[in-house]
Design a protein. Sequence first.
Lengths: 519, 374, 294
Amino acid sequence: MKRLSDLEYLKLNKFQAFIYNFKLFLCAIPLFFKNIGLAIVSFFKNAVLGIGGEFAEIGRTFKNGNWAVKLSFLIFGFGNLYYGQILRGILFLLFEIVFIGYMVVPSGGIYWLSKGNWFKTGSTIGTVQGKFEYDMIYDTDVWVPGDDSVKVLLYGLLTIIFIVAFVYTWRLQVKQCTICMDITAKGKKVRSGKDDMKSLLDDQFHKTLLALPLAGILAFTVLPIIYMVLIAFTSYDAAHDGYSNLFSWVGLEHFNELFDFSAGGLGATFGEILSWTLMWAFFATFTNYFLGMFVAIMINKKGIKIKKFWRTVLVMTIAIPQFVSLLYVSKLFTTSGLIGRALDQIPFIYEWRTANSFVSLWDSPVVSKILLIVINIWIGIPYIMLMATGILMNIPQDLYESSKIDGASSVQQFTKITLPYMLFVTGPYLLTSFVGNLNNFNVIYLLSGGNPIKGTAGGASVGYTDLLITWLFKMTLGSTESKYYMASLIGIMVFLVVAVLSLIIYNIIPSTKNEEDYK
Amino acid sequence: MASVKLTNVKKIYGKDTVAVQDFNLDIADKEFIVFVGPSGCGKSTTLRMIAGLEDISAGTVEIDGVVVNDLQPRDRNIAMVFQNYALYPHLSVFENMAFSLRLKNVPNDIVYQKVTEAAEILGITEYLTRKPRALSGGQRQRVAIGRAMVRDSKVFLMDEPLSNLDAKLRNQMRAEIILLRQKIDTTFIYVTHDQTEAMTLGDHIVIMKDGFIQQVGTPTEVFDMPLNLFVAEFIGAPKMNTFKTQLVCEGGKYYVTPYGTKIEVTGKKAEQLAANGVKSGEIILGVRPEHFVLAHEGEEGAIPCKIVVNEMMGSELHLHVVEDNGDKLIVRIPTVKLDDETRNSLVYGKTIYVTFESKVMHFFDTETERNLLV
Amino acid sequence: MKKQNDNQIRKTGLGARASRRLSNTIVYIILIAITIIWLFPFVGIVLESFKTETKMQTPYLFPKEFGFDHYVRLFKETDFLKWFINTGIMGVATALLQTIFILSMSYVLSRLRFKGRKGLMNFMLILGMFPGFLTMILIYKVFSDFGLTEGMAPLGLIIVYFASSGMGYYVSKGFFDTIPKSLDEAARVDGATRFQVFYKVIMPLSKPIVIYTILMGFMAPWGDFMMASYLIHENSAGMNVAVGMYEWLSRTNLNTYYTMFCAAGVIVAIPVVTVFLLLQKYYVEGVTGGAVKG
């Protein structure tokens, strides 16, 4: 489509400009996906090229290196030791010894890897099934433990990570060795162990600071997430808990199950929950956003007194732990609760309730959804109010004064100055808040618990107000019918939804593009 | 006290954004050198590379004969004054100035002595216990300089130290820096975008543009003999008037023909043109505003032009005039040279006649923009 | 001049002062309504906790008989004290450890430049898109082998809360980003190592964000239900207040424990609200700063 020059664009009236922008937007969509595709392709291309380059580099290193370099291909840290970097050399060597030791000892790395039957659809994870066997001493059947699939998978994964780390370290120390060789060839001194220690507080300070937090993230987020993604391809559930019953690789079977839209399949339920989740996130985010901003503007209005009091009243909701206030409020709306009973006094509501034989307001799908959104306003406004207050104070006062002189009414001031500024500044916040609401476990679970109940799906009871995240939670709870693989699959779905939304929104909001506009 | 030597220094950001290109410079011991140029010319980047705050992409920086490329800033023994002062908000003025000494665990009595000495020189003794936020801009600037002074460092770096001050304070501080320089005898490298600062402060000036050095020279050299059109227009305010004109070489004599007039080039300039073998053709002629003189109609070499703006500066007049073909020129006339009647007649729309002498002309090649006299 | 303009300057609608008074009145009415709505549940929970006449939900707000019966029963008949202490310990421990992690991470990402910085940030961004709860399935399995679940769940939970907390660096990074970089540079030229820059220059300037981070860390265990309930698995000895009190409001327990829940709620709210209101200023700085720069 033809692009207009800036001056031509200015000639358009509002309607034409809208059409023009809309067309531009439509035209941009294929491009957007094309760019994503290209990005992915180039990522893999770079990865392949990078690996190829790396191999070439390694070959060259071996060819050009002296005997110390060549030997360090086999013995970790040999080069470092040769060139006098004792500390590094010993650490590298130690790493190699530990690695080899771990791999070869009985029930070490090789043992765990061999038990995994990695990705062989239909094969169990772990090879020996535990069973009851007659024991002569006790004269009864006793449990003879076999493999535990959970452990086989976990240790297998750890071993793979260890191998990757090993290869990386191998490459690292060879590289360092050649660097040492170059430095010595130039007649300079290589860094000593003491220099290394010192630099950890100076030019390598980031390594010191990052070590612990990153270790924590690796152990408690990265590893479990990789593990759980793998679980989506297995049959891990309460019946196949890995210990009493090995679980096995099943390939894409569960994906088919989740997207099975025939009667009895999970597809319909998944679709309904997903659409309510999105709807909920949308309403929860935007009602809070606009009402919170509105309240902030009112409190900050010129001539309003005891601003601090109004603010503190709202802030109370943030201070009180959510489970107290949410649980209490949810009970207020039951038939025996204060508000529920008061509402029952209204004949029309009472009749409607008894006609549908609802025990409480929470038994109606529609009403509970509305209640959730309304109560969430009560919970959420204070945050936005605080944030908006901060931002409102940042808007230069002279903008308002000059617009007043130009003849703007207070409504116009809001739509032409306050709102654009707010939207610009809080664009990224809106995105995070939307994502936060997608996964807003507390509000849903503590208020409605996902109820009213619709049926069971994926090994858990499902209600009309369940979000993906509460559904996931319920799947892991039941002691006999937990379907961990399904929970993992839902987790992956949540990730996909969030990722796609973030990508789209990130490309739409202006804050990411014109960072300097309002500075 | 040390010399600084930069050899083929280069700064490349990312893959191919070049900030500084092949920078070669020898700075002698105790010299005051000024890097000047428009924003984005790479002058600050060069300074920060000397300080060790930016990596050096290629080339070497030597301080006192030692290559410092791989040294941390703290190992280079330099002091630096930042544009926005960079005072530590949580420390008093005294502790701000003492910060570097404290890091070196200098005994307290020596710290006290050094800081008070510097404070004395800068006239900030009475503020020593205050926090930076309680100081005015000028005072903060002094603290920042003081912090650098107590270091006894080899090189004193200043990154646009005056650009956050208002005009009056800037003039005052400029004078003070000149005084300061006489008191602390060390090598100064000073970065600014203001040509006045460069001219008044520097022993030598390095004029930069787009990462390239345009000219290195004393203030007089760069003013009198700018190597190219850029330097000519950058140094001097208001900036030099430049216009395309024909250079005519007839019978061993050179003439320029601006706006239908014909002015002979005489003296040294003509000799130099002849020596450089310059031929007839189109050139860019440069004349500084203050070198125009008023002339009468019909006088030889008088160029007629119309006044569009008359800026009365007090001691001088800046006349913005338009030549018949639309060229805009600025003419600067000292008010003492005008009688009242003439002065009052210089109003919008009036046609005046200006001319200039041969010795104030600058000649530049139309394509390379290089000075034809060099 | 004066005469000619007369017919152009006209009053539109009410006078400036009258219209301001009208709009202020409307705003006051709305604000008072908001105050009532917002305070109603809090006033309600306090009042109901003093009811001594019944343990059940009642359709009236004000107690017929005031008394501390439920508070007494709370400590005598239930494990509430244990839960309360559990949560308190978790709050303090999480606050300390998490603050160290978050500040390290955000300082590094804000002030230091190193290879892989952008990649690390993107990686954490993507990682954050997975629901955090997903990790609990594996963590539960592993922790139960180490004995860190059920009765010992508070210890396990502390680890869960702080271990990955480095991923929540956004707000404090936003704060660090506002401290001028030239301060670091000046200090480095003055002879400071990066470490000295960190604790001699940046840390003294970061009081608001340090307090904000501590506050967030302290509050998290008080409100967490999901992770806690999964690790605790109905073992009363290891419960935090949220998991413990949740059961009280189930349909079967509601009529025995309702007023007790209110009393417990009041007790839980007191320390948290006190800490929060005392440090409100820093919280506000964090929320606004983080949103604007995040």
